[in-house]
Design a protein around this ligand. Structure first.
Ligand code: TRP
Length: 465
């Protein structure tokens, strides 16, 4: 195996690692995706299943990825291969790393389009669109709906925003100027959390908080389908940035002596909090203005601007909010492009700049599928059966509901059954009962849980019955 991918740098502190990993975890998944998929899948019962998935599958799989990275001290595919051969197994397990790169590639192709929406909204907020829409409260929701509708139905606008955002991401990756950005994010992420709490408080006061709360936390399993369970499972992976290589990369930089279990739990808690707060900020407005919880991907963009429109200094608050969303999305997008770029660098021997540009252009071309899906262009409205009715739906389904759970399954099996137990034990450094719990989760609960949800959602269990 080549040694040129060996990682010798380390995070400067435990805190630096937690911030970076939380930065990759918190993104559009929390603020844009979680609220709308919760709405589409019936609310409370979905939230409950999602929390169970984070706890019993997400956290152990995160620990597993970090331990692979840390032990392999190398980029994902090589780290897996290294750890596998160390335990006397085939280096073909490196497919786990490769699958992660593929998932990241496909995710970025639609992620970048949504990041582009957020960038467009910075300008809408800044130019007073929200407050002018709120001039007549009776038509406020409708006016904001039209604003969003005009954006997503305009191919030229979508192309401009997507291309601008993608260019910025390519620039950062090719120049390797991430340092300054990471420092900025260190301040912006906590600021985003504070702002979200403030917005949540405002919507609680002016909106229908009681309805929002009971929608999110009253558990009514009759509203949940097996499809919803698969979405919740897939989202646990998506939101924690699992099965896309990144946590292995970050694990490779982990200094000795940092607790993998504690930090994973902290990252998962921070990430979940942001998602729940985003939901509690959005839903009071949704219910107060008679919007549909099942409005789909436009939910964030059609609800909060109503609140900004009526809020004192709402145009300023709205601008700041969308700037922060752009940053949160941007850091995730950078991590996602880095995965493909690094892959091209290592495997194809491309120089840095060429790898960044090649990866970026390839992903930009794929992003056209999402742009035209959302704009309603006919060629992109292909019916993929259970995977949805356009290219965007298909990419979302393929990554979150198939590739990531499958990657998670392989990762848990790999660490649970293939990697040397003494090695894991040494790396986790837990009390015996804690170690046993994590191993039971990795050996049995995660793989069987994922298989069970898969089997159920393709209707296998019905056939057996
Ligand atoms: N967790 C990110 C979000 O919630 C999305 C994501 C998935 C991601 N995989 C990733 C981000 C890998 C960075 C790297 O928005």
């Amino acid at each position: 195996m080549s040694t040129d991918t060996h990682v010798s740098n380390r995070w400067s502190s435990r805190y630096a690692y937690i911030l970076a990993a939380t930065g990759a975890a918190v993104g559009l998944g929390n603020i844009w995706k979680f609220p709308y998929i919760m709405g589409e899948n019936g609310g409370g019962a979905f939230v409950f299943v999602y929390l169970i998935c984070v706890l019993l599958i997400g956290i152990p799989v995160m620990m597993a990825e970090v331990v692979i990275g840390k032990r392999g001290r190398s980029t994902p595919a090589n780290a897996v291969a290294h750890v596998a051969t160390e335990a006397g197994h085939s280096s073909h397990w490196s497919i786990i790393g490769t699958m992660g790169v593929l998932a990241g590639f496909l995710i970025l192709s639609f992620y970048i389009v949504i990041a582009g929406w957020a960038a467009a909204y910075v300008f809408y907020a800044g130019s007073g669109e929200f407050s002018s829409a709120a001039a007549d409260p009776a038509t406020n929701a409708e006016a904001i709906g039209t604003l969003f509708g005009n954006l997503v139905s305009s191919v030229p606008q979508l192309l401009v925003w997507t291309t601008l955002t993608m260019t910025a991401v390519i620039y950062v990756i090719s120049k390797g100027v991430k340092g300054g950005l990471e420092t900025a994010v260190t301040y912006l992420m906590p600021a985003l959390l504070v702002l979200l709490v403030a917005i949540m408080t405002y919507s609680a006061v002016v909106g229908d908080f009681a309805a929002a709360f009971s929608f999110m936390f009253d558990i009514d399993f009759s509203k949940l389908t097996i499809e919803g369970v698969l979405v919740a499972l897939g989202h646990a992976f998506f939101t924690l940035s699992l099965a896309s290589g990144i946590m292995m990369v970050y694990g490779a930089y982990l200094p000795d002596g940092v607790s993998i279990a504690k930090t994973s739990i902290m990252i998962a808690i921070a990430d979940t909090m942001v998602a729940l707060i985003a939901g509690l900020a959005i839903y009071p407005i949704v219910f107060a203005h008679g919007l549909e919880p099942s409005a789909g991907p436009g939910l964030l963009f059609q609800s909060l601007p109503i609140a900004f429109g009526s809020m004192p200094m709402g145009d300023v608050v709205g601008t700041v909010f969308f700037v922060m969303i752009v940053f949160a999305a941007f850091t995730s997008a950078i991590a996602l492009l880095e995965a493909t770029a690094a892959y091209l660098e290592e495997r194809q021997g491309m120089p840095r700049v060429k790898a960044a540009i090649t990866a970026g252009i390839a992903i930009w071309i794929c992003s056209l599928g999402t742009v035209f899906s959302l704009a309603g262009t006919e060629w992109a409205q292909i019916n993929f059966g259970f995977m949805g009715s356009n290219i965007f739906d298909m990419l979302d389904y393929l990554t979150a509901n198939i590739l990531m759970p499958l990657g998670g399954l392989l990762i848990s099996v790999f660490v649970g059954w293939i990697m040397k137990t003494e090695v894991i034990k040494e790396e986790f450094n837990l009390a015996q009962w804690q170690f046993t719990t994590v191993m039971v989760l990795l050996r049995w609960v995660a793989p069987l849980g994922i298989l069970f949800v898969f089997a159920n959602s393709v209707g296998l269990l019905d056939v057996i019955k």
